[in-house]
Design a protein. Sequence first.
Length: 134
Amino acid sequence: MAIALAVGAGACGDSDSTDKASSSASEPGSMRSVGVKEFNELIQGDSSIQLIDVRRPDEFAAGHIEGATLIDFESADFDTKIAALDKSAKYAIYCRSGNRSGQALDRMKEAGFTQVTNLDGGVIEWTAAGLDLV
């Protein structure tokens, strides 16, 4: 039954399955989705944050947020790749619309990560806000 609940919670990329806390995104133990403005301020203001793009390689090649590392959410080795990361580090993740990164946030939380911020709306909202991809 727990598996069914976990799968159900991760099925939607909206913020209902994440903790949209009113606290600061840099607060320890923060697992949440934020809008473009706060996400941009977070990645610009904290050089220790590791930026991860969870889209497919072709999407990444077409344009990504500067400084991002690709870890394809749809690849068979996604869980293996995130398991190799430092669970105590800070991460900022995004995808095209927020769906895959919302699911990735849930998977990272299940894997023991404690400081992951998801870009709500993904690169669609990023570019709509006039921000560039490289």
